[in-house]
Ligand binder design. Structure first.
Ligand code: GP9
Ligand code: MN
Length: 645
């Protein structure tokens, strides 16, 4: 009697083998960090989900020979994708992106070293392809199935169920993964290499098509708006106050203004920064707003370097990382400055490696430049104190004058602290996040104090200016109950919410002697014009939306990324126009009737500025979507504004 083996369709065998192989590659050949069992589970599941999804397409071929052919070639093609990523990863510790495939220096770097990146055992990657090849040719009669409609529907339904399950888990593990992207490693570990490539392809095609159709025609209108509404012709009295000095910019993670000169359990939260305000060389801005969107730190970096707004959706570092920009580092470079960013994190986080190249940053000291041990890391990575300590040698080695940016990490949600680094007690409320925020901020305050000492010891202090800026809020509106208790308010009103978007800005100029507290409304969009002015640099034809914070002739408002704004007189938020003096609404919400929609419009007093804010945000978005800086000839000596004039 002939034994009849239960026949498993070949596409399922292929999906299982391929899923298993991909999992092994993820787990043992890529260096993917897994922080909890859920992440391990998702990483285990997603290779099988992706493989099933692709191989299940084969059931739609009516001729079994075509089915077999499809499975054969797809296995080979997918294996080559895994292999290419593996080789790329060995060189760059990153995954391939479409823009990198077509341009950029990365690939050419790879060219020369490719042979050293291929290992003999890589041949094992092709085992399943060989098995599938054999089975599809020799066992076709047993494995190929002429699927009835139900079989096809089953394969499709199963694919969709698996994919949604995977995406659901991924969103749970990392909310807003798709809109914000964060990091390629996150994407790969949550949705798998293949879905990541599809995602990358979609984002890339969308941005590319907007870019392709843009031709620079909109530029004169944008330039006119900037000339009329933003640009200030007079230099401020601080122009050139730090000419030729090094710039040491500290991006203070999640540092909000409400902790400055404030206490918790009777103790000062930021004793060093409080003293720094009183220092005669410090200009401190207590009405300085963060203007970030979903891209958090990267958005604040984008604002600072370009004086453009980040996007309302996604992180511009990710979506438009290979655009042309007139970044501050690039401008400074032309003035003889070198530039570097120091941040102990993976360089692909927020696509920093891609964006920094576009901004003209010379050097990035990322995770691999630091020595990490069990003791000197917590939460997101290297603690701030060892971070500054280990950074000083890099700073000393830089050619002067330099522009350097330090991005701290310890004061990051969830504000986890080890016992020995905790100098003050946590707050006591229903929000562990707010409670732990205070000791974490104190730790950063101490780290910055130590850094000042190291700067003085290294001899760099006198020749540098030190800027300290909070990047974005650390405590979201989810913690408003605890926040109102801390601030001793009945509740956090929309007005207070906007006020909570203030982050501290310190500009410390050793030897200046005229430091003061400045309460003008200012924001991150102002950093590029401010730094250029302090260094005494004038740039022709640049397009930007901020003002020198020292200028007397500023545009008078700061736009937040969601369209809210703070002006000298008003705060506009949730359709209400508040008087800044009283904190009360100027006029309560009014419904706009002409549009016959439920849309609320801000009260009249805010309207003129609201219109400017909307125009400004839209112009900034257009510059980015159309990659319009391709057509701007910045720094040109002649009167021609645009290359295509
Ligand atoms: C990550 C660091 C913190 O590298 O910049 O990220 P965040 O979540 O604040 O953007
Ligand atoms: Mn941040």
């Amino acid at each position: 009697m002939k034994l009849k083996l239960p026949s498993i369709p070949l596409y399922m065998i292929a999906a299982l083998l391929f899923g298993l192989k991909t999992y092994i590659v993820y787990r043992f050949m890529f260096n993917i960090e897994l922080e909890n069992p859920m992440q391990e589970f998702i990483l285990l599941v997603n290779p099988f989900v992706s493989a099933f999804l692709i191989f299940a397409i084969s059931v739609w071929f009516n001729k079994t020979s075509r089915q077999m052919k499809f499975i054969r070639y797809v296995t080979l093609f997918l294996t080559l994708i895994v292999f290419a990523n593996l080789v790329f990863y060995r060189q760059f510790t990153d995954f391939i992106t479409i823009p990198q495939l077509f341009m950029g220096s990365n690939m050419s770097d790879l060219g020369s070293s490719i042979l050293t990146l291929i290992k003999p055992y890589d041949i094992l990657l092709f085992i399943d392809a060989a098995i599938i090849w054999y089975l599809s040719k020799k066992q076709e009669s047993m494995l190929a199935v002429d699927y009835p409609k139900s079989g096809k529907v089953f394969a499709l339904a199963m694919s969709l169920v698996l994919l949604s399950g995977n995406f659901f888990l991924a969103e749970m593990e990392r909310p807003q993964l798709f809109t914000r992207a964060f990091d390629r490693e996150y994407l790969v570990k949550n949705i798998g290499l293949f879905n990541y490539h599809v995602y990358d392809l979609v984002v890339h095609s969308k941005t590319e098509s907007q870019r392709v159709f843009a031709d620079g025609n909109e530029l004169p209108e944008i330039q006119e708006f900037v000339d009329e509404n933003v640009r200030v012709d007079e230099h401020s009295n601080m122009f050139g106050a730090a000419e030729g000095k090094n710039v040491i910019f500290i991006n203070a993670e999640s540092l909000q203004q409400f902790v400055i000169n404030n206490q918790v359990n009777g103790e000062e939260v930021t004793p060093f920064l409080n003293r720094l305000i009183d220092n005669e060389d410090t200009y401190y801005f207590d009405n300085f707003y963060e203007q970030t969107g979903q891209g958090n730190t990267s958005d604040s970096e984008f604002l600072v370097e370009n004086s453009l707004y980040p996007l309302s959706r996604g992180a511009v570092f990710f979506t438009h990382g290979s655009n042309e920009y007139n970044g501050l580092p690039e401008i400074l470079n032309e003035e003889g400055y070198t530039s570097a960013v120091l941040h102990s994190n993976n360089k692909s986080f927020w696509n920093r490696d891609g964006m920094y190249e576009s901004l003209g940053i010379d050097q990035f000291y990322g995770e691999e430049s630091y020595e990490l041990t069990e003791e000197n890391t917590i939460g997101w990575g290297l603690k701030d104190k060892p971070f500054f300590e280990q950074s000083i040698k890099y700073l000393r080695s830089m050619e002067q004058p330099f522009y350097s940016k330090f991005i701290t990490l310890t004061n990051h949600f969830p504000f986890e602290m080890s016992e020995e680094d905790t100098s003050i007690d946590a707050y006591d409320s229903n929000s562990a996040t707010l409670n732990n925020y205070f000791p974490a901020v104190r730790y950063m305050d101490e780290a910055i104090e130590e850094f000042f000492t190291q700067l003085k010891e290294s001899g760099l202090y006198e020749d540098s200016i030190i800027v300290i800026m909070g990047d974005h809020i650390g405590i979201s509106a989810n913690h408003n109950k605890a926040m109102s208790m801390y601030l001793d308010k009945d509740q956090i009103t929309p007005y207070d919410q906007v006020q909570l978007q203030r982050v501290p800005l310190f500009i410390h100029i050793p030897g200046n002697g005229n430091g003061e507290v400045i309460s003008e409304v200012t924001g991150q969009i102002d950093m590029k014009p401010t730094l250029l002015s302090l260094l005494g640099i004038e740039v022709e034809n640049d397009i930007y939306f901020g003002n020198d914070v020292f200028s007397k002739d500023r545009k008078g408002y700061i736009a937040l990324r969601n369209g809210d704004f703070v002006s000298d007189e008003y705060i506009s938020t949730v359709g209400i126009c508040y008087d800044r003096q009283t904190g009360e609404p100027v006029q309560s919400k009014i419904e706009s009737e002409e549009e016959n929609q439920k849309k609320t419009k801000v009260a009249n007093a805010c309207l003129p500025i609201q219109e400017k804010v909307e125009a400004e945000l839209a112009y900034s978005d257009n510059l980015i979507y159309g990659d319009l800086f391709r057509f701007v000839d910045v720094g040109a000596e002649d009167e021609e504004l645009f290359e295509n004039d």
